[in-house]
Write a protein that binds this ligand. Structure first.
Ligand code: PEP
Ligand code: MG
Length: 876
């Protein structure tokens, strides 16, 4: 005979499939001897039986429920429908996977015209009894009899107004009694029957209704969205009600076994004497700290402390416990792993290892890597008031306050004057770098999570919001508007890059602090992980930060950022505009020592750790002035100074800019295609790298340069570029009379490169997957436009599960990575592989990289701690 009903002491936490999550947990608590209000669980199998039986509870299930009820009555000494000591129960759904609020619940079941009087007498609180009864009528009518709650609420509202009350607490016992009569009339009218007075009828109707709610519209939709199979069914939990409002020896509260904000090992919570759970939540009365319970009810407090320790040890995690004291007797209503801040999560995990509760590996799994962001950046004080203006994409975490500026030069100027500014632009380009450096944060109205502004800001650890489309920016008028609100140049705003919120005025913030526990946890992560973690850094300051944050090396040094320096841009432009090779070489000769200096700085900081340097990548016109702006200037000059030298220069520049412009610059003359057509540019860069290698090596500091060629699609490209590097290396070694070690590798950013990785590997010492471009080229989505134009809707409409520029698309882009790694290693078994796109700092992508056999991930310095932890979690 199938067992369809389990008393709480018959189950355990491994029986989720049969008892549902809640039932299994209640059984577990009962079994470890905790005072849980007694009850029983009707299994998910009974739910399926109900449906198989044409939506009827079978005789077998019915008799098992009757039997369980009898046991419950015996154990509690109360009886359903008894006119002196009535049993009241809650009837709750409980599926295998949590489906919060999707299915139905009925509380206070067992109330009727007689039992309500008994409850009034027992509690010495008629007001509470009548209020509970009318709530039960409303809930039961809604869930079981399908009467719209509107009718009940409307009547209540009407009565309150008539009596001149503003809120429910003003209602007296007699008022509630009157409401009960009214409610019953509503039931009679809409259900064409009297409100059922027989508690057993109530019980079976409620069980039917909970089973039915498995297939209500919202539950079906929820299951579809969360991929929960329809055949699982829901369990039903019948549990005796306990009341915390039976007098001064009763109460109710919530407590955490450790402080959820700081992690400190103290009982942390609050409670109210003579109250029900709702009173705590509704904020009608101010609760006392849990420690006051020690004075009010010392014995109960002692028991609660003991119980909470037991629960923590049992679940090996900090618990969030709901409890009720009914006439001096403690009951636990729920326990679950408590939500906590990042700081608390770390402290609890580390201390639990020291207390012998957890091993290091489990402790590492207890902290969500994403939470670490909170600790590495300044953040908005949650308790502060804020005036929200607009919301964009949370592109780079952290909070900042400053005066609004709309131009990079102005940002630089004002910051030199000691002002804090926030750069607001429709979008940023490499031209704006100096402005970003000078600003506290960046906000753009266009562009997504891998747009220029986002990548650069993340690299610098600066807060950034992208694609804030509600902001209408008027660069000419130096203002932006959101609806009717206009924010002008110099006005103060605050932004939160972790949420994407733009706020008016200054909002208080909290500074980041790295605790000793945080460092300890990351040291454990390093011991556990088999996946390397490098940083994307392209200057000595970031290099230093990377090491401080525990990076194993630099995985991507984007050399174009060195070309953006305000003093260098004219020389870079000279190089681009050169008509002849000689002219270009003259400009390159000027750039060479500058680049060499950059590399020396980075090599010295990295003190022997590997540094992957990528040769120039973006299309050249990114270094030239904006075409539209030039056109305006030329037109003006044609009127005001038609014969001037300046006009001639500008006209020449415009011609050049027009000549270099491309329809699809991201698919255009960029990456190694630059080195193929203008090898002298790459030669200069490689020379600078090797001169720097020689110079730093001579100081006795080890250097490990790894030269990386971007955007390779065909092995012949890499073959030529590798020869170029080798030739320059030979030349420098001869010139300097010394030798040094270096490697040459490539980025895999084009599907063809991944698909022909066996050929490409012949020429490569390492692969680094540039998943920003690889995502762009695989989906055919522009990384700069897609998010603002359609990607957000794609995600909202669940066409895509996530933004593929933030979370690696494992099925598509991931398959190319896997193919690339496997083919590459067919040719070279020990081929070193890594990833340096933005995904290198995202936890699910990091796990994928580990599983696919990559050797390292590389991400912005501020994400290195997150990546260390995520790498450890992937390895464990
Ligand atoms: C990439 O494409 O993933 C990459 C790291 O290079 P970038 O973002 O500079 O194009
Ligand atoms: Mg790229």
């Amino acid at each position: 005979m199938t067992k369809f009903v389990y008393m709480f002491n018959e189950g355990n936490s491994n029986m989720r499939d049969l008892l549902g999550g809640k039932g299994a947990n209640l059984a577990e608590m009962t079994n470890i001897g905790l005072p849980v209000p007694y009850g029983f669980t009707i299994t998910t199998q009974a739910c399926n039986d109900y449906y198989d039986n044409g939506k009827k509870i079978s005789k077998e299930v019915e008799s098992q429920i009757e039997e369980a009820l009898a046991k419950l009555e015996e154990k509690t000494g109360k009886k359903l429908g008894d006119t002196e000591n009535p049993l009241l129960v809650s009837v709750r759904s409980g599926s295998v996977f949590s489906m919060p609020g999707m299915m139905d619940t009925v509380l206070n079941l067992g109330m009727n015209d007689q039992t309500v009087e008994a409850v009034a007498k027992l509690t010495d609180n008629p007001r509470f009894a009548y209020d509970s009864y009318r709530r039960f009528i409303q809930m039961f009518s809604d869930v079981v009899l399908q009467i719209d709650v509107y009718y009940f609420e409307h009547l209540l509202e009407h009565t309150r107004t008539q009596k001149g009350y503003t809120a429910d607490p003003e209602m007296t016992a007699d008022d509630w009694k009157e409401m009960i009569d009214g409610y019953k009339k509503i039931v009679k009218k809409h259900a064409k029957q009297d409100f059922p007075q027989d508690p057993k009828t109530q019980l079976f109707l409620a069980i039917n209704a909970v089973f039915d709610s498995w297939n209500n519209q919202r539950a079906i939709v929820y299951r579809r969205l969360n991929k929960i199979p329809d055949h699982l069914g829901t369990a039903v939990n019948i549990q005796s009600m306990v009341f915390g409002n039976m007098g001064d020896d009763s109460g109710t509260g919530v407590a955490f076994t450790r402080n959820p904000s700081t992690g400190e090992r103290v009982l942390y919570g609050e409670y109210l004497i003579n109250a029900q759970g709702e009173d705590v939540v509704a904020g009608i009365r101010t609760p006392h700290p849990i420690q006051v319970l020690a004075k009010d009810m010392p014995e109960v407090y002692r028991q609660f402390v003991k119980t909470s320790q037991l629960l923590e040890e049992h679940y090996q995690d900090m618990q969030d416990i709901e409890f009720t004291v009914e006439r001096g007797k403690l009951f636990l209503l729920q326990t679950r792993n408590g939500k906590r801040t990042a700081q608390a999560a770390i402290r609890i995990a580390v201390e639990m290892v020291k207390e012998g509760i957890l091993d290091k590996e489990t402790a590492l799994l207890r902290v969500d890597p994403d939470q670490l962001n909170q600790l590495l950046h300044r953040r908005i004080d949650e308790s502060a008031e804020k005036k929200l203006l607009a919301k964009g994409l949370p592109a780079s975490p952290g909070a900042a306050t400053g005066q609004v500026v709309f131009d990079a030069d102005e940002a630089e100027q004002l910051s030199k004057e000691g002002k804090k500014v926030i750069l607001v632009r429709p979008e940023t380009t490499p031209d704006d770098i100096h402005g970003i450096v000078a600003s506290q944060a960046v906000v753009t109205s266009r562009g997504g999570m891998t747009s220029h502004a986002a990548v650069v800001a993340r690299g610098m650890g600066k807060a950034c919001i992208c694609g804030c489309e509600a902001m209408k920016i008027d660069l000419k008028a130096k203002q932006f508007s959101v609806g009717d609100t206009v924010v002008r140049y110099g006005d103060v705003i605050t932004i939160d890059g972790s949420t994407g919120e733009v706020m008016l005025g200054e909002v208080p913030m909290i500074e980041p602090e790295l605790s000793g526990e945080f460092k300890t946890l990351l040291e454990w992560a390093d011991e556990a992980r088999d996946l390397g973690v490098r940083a994307n850094a392209d200057n000595p300051v970031d290099a230093k930060k990377s090491l401080e944050f525990g990076a194993d090396g630099i995985g991507l040094c984007r050399t174009e950022h060195m070309f953006m320096d305000i003093k260098r841009v004219p020389i870079v432009q000279e190089m681009i505009l050169a008509e002849t090779l000689e002219e270009r070489e003259k400009a390159l000769d000027k750039l060479l020592p500058m680049q060499q200096g950059d590399f020396e700085g980075i090599f010295e900081e990295m003190a022997g750790h590997p540094v992957t340097i990528r040769l120039l990548d973006p299309p050249m016109h990114e270094f030239l002035p904006d075409k539209e702006e030039l056109l305006v200037e030329v037109t003006k000059l044609q009127i005001t100074a038609p014969d001037s030298e300046e006009l001639k220069e500008k006209e020449y520049l415009l011609k050049k800019v027009q000549h270099l412009a491309e329809f699809n610059p991201m698919l255009g003359h960029r990456g190694c295609r630059l080195g193929m057509i203008f090898p002298e540019i790459y030669e200069m860069q490689v020379k600078a790298i090797f001169y720097a290698t020689a110079a730093v090596q001579q100081k006795g500091i080890q250097v490990q340069p790894e030269i990386m060629i971007p955007l390779v699609g065909h092995m012949n490209e890499l073959k030529r570029m590798r020869k170029l590097v080798n030739d320059v290396a030979k030349q420098v070694m001869e010139e300097k009379g010394l030798s040094f070690h270096y490697t040459v590798g490539t980025m895999i950013e084009i599907p063809r490169a991944a698909l022909t990785a066996d050929q490409i590997a012949e020429e490569a010492d390492f692969f680094s997957f540039g998943t920003n471009d690889l995502t762009q080229t695989t989906f055919g989505f522009s990384r700069d436009d897609a998010e603002g134009k359609f990607l957000q809707q794609y995600i909202e409409q669940k066409v895509l599960p996530e933004n593929p520029f933030a979370v690696l698309d494992q099925e598509g882009v991931g398959k190319l990575i896997e193919t690339g790694v496997n083919l590459g290693r067919q040719t070279k078994p020990g081929l070193k592989t890594g990833i340096c796109g933005e995904h290198g700092g995202e936890k699910s992508s990091i796990e994928f990289c580990y599983k696919t056999g990559l050797n390292y991930v590389s991400c912005s310095p501020y994400r290195v701690p997150l990546a260390r932890l995520a790498a450890a979690q992937a390895t464990i």
